[in-house]
Design a binder for this molecule. Sequence first.
Ligand code: ATP
Ligand code: MG
Length: 390
Amino acid sequence: MKSLVSNRGMQKILEMPSLFVKELERPFVGRYEEAKLIALALLTREHAILIGEPGTAKSAMIRRAAQLVGARFFSYLMTKFTEPSELFGPLDINALKEGRYVRITKGKLPEADIVFLDEIFKASSAILNALLSILNERVFFDGYTEIVVPLWSLFSATNEVPEDPELEALYDRILLRQYVRPLSDNMWKDLLEAAWAIEIGKVGVPQPVMTLEELKRLYDLVLQVDLSPIKSKLLKLFAVLESKGIHLTDRRKAKCLKAVAAHAILNGRLKAVEEDLIVIKNIAPHDIEEFEKVSIILSEELKTPYKYLRELEEIKASVREIENYIASFPRIDSRFIVYRLTEIYRDLETTRERVLAMVSESSNEQVEREATDVIALIDRVMGRIRERLS
Ligand SMILES: Nc1ncnc2c1ncn2[C@@H]1O[C@H](COP(=O)(O)OP(=O)(O)OP(=O)(O)O)[C@@H](O)[C@H]1O
Ligand SMILES: [Mg+2]
């Protein structure tokens, strides 16, 4: 009986990360990957950064993520003028009078489990130095006192990857990186609806879906994932990436397994499979160009839904082009136009079949979702052609 209860408890806890992702992405359009990245950081007790142009909901997502975890949260927008005391707390004047150097850290970063430092690379060097040991060793040292901090994960958002070598040490300590692309034109309509819902307060502050205690239990599970099935493939990936000019520091290589294990847990598994190696796309790239490069390498190297998603994206773009092309046809029905339309119609039929085949080949939920969109688009264009031909 007891084991049944604990099994059920285990089941419940394993469902939490995907529930978290679902709740996190809910008010946003096209931000599933970003939500997953944040979940991976929490599951691995690592740090994450969203990189992208202004107004792509980076800050909004991180703030919502913090609301979804029942933990102590500290958030701050960094500028080059930010003083250490704004993050770490002011000095205790009374203690100072007695010759003691003590900070009042209540409600500040040294007492938070989850931290959001927006625009982290704008920080002054005094703050950057303190952050290095906080991120790596979870120790806050400001020249006088050393405090062990409870920090679980730190999140940041930035418009660009730092180029200054001085910032490299900090950037390297942020294991998980996501390039947040602005939404493509087919999502603009949804964006209007979603942003309006946020604007009129329809979204509101969410209830936490997991506590820090539950996160700790999930972290224990991450450490128990069977990684033997993917280790040799991971080593091969390191070699392929290196040969194509993508370099991971030893620190980042070393931490890959943890992220892979977290991806397995996020999918409710205690055993890693090849698909879990997709997390490398959030670890290997250094700058924006490398995100695309790594994606292509992974889609070639891994048996993942990824390759289908890329193909679907390409199909979608070309069907949209066809749609515009047809719209540009003159209204007169010359034999040439009838011939061209018939030809295009046949091609679309073939493409439609290919998309359906991809759904069954991949047997993946995300591919199915995307494919449904693409089929709807193809059907719309085919419908237009039928109207023209009738
Ligand atoms: N994909 C999206 N879905 C829904 N709303 C969005 C989306 N992208 C942007 N918004 C709206 O735009 C607002 C701006 O987002 P936010 O301030 O988080 O951007 P940001 O990426 O942090 O920008 P910056 O780099 O300038 O700080 C969000 O609060 C939301 O209302
Ligand atoms: Mg922001």
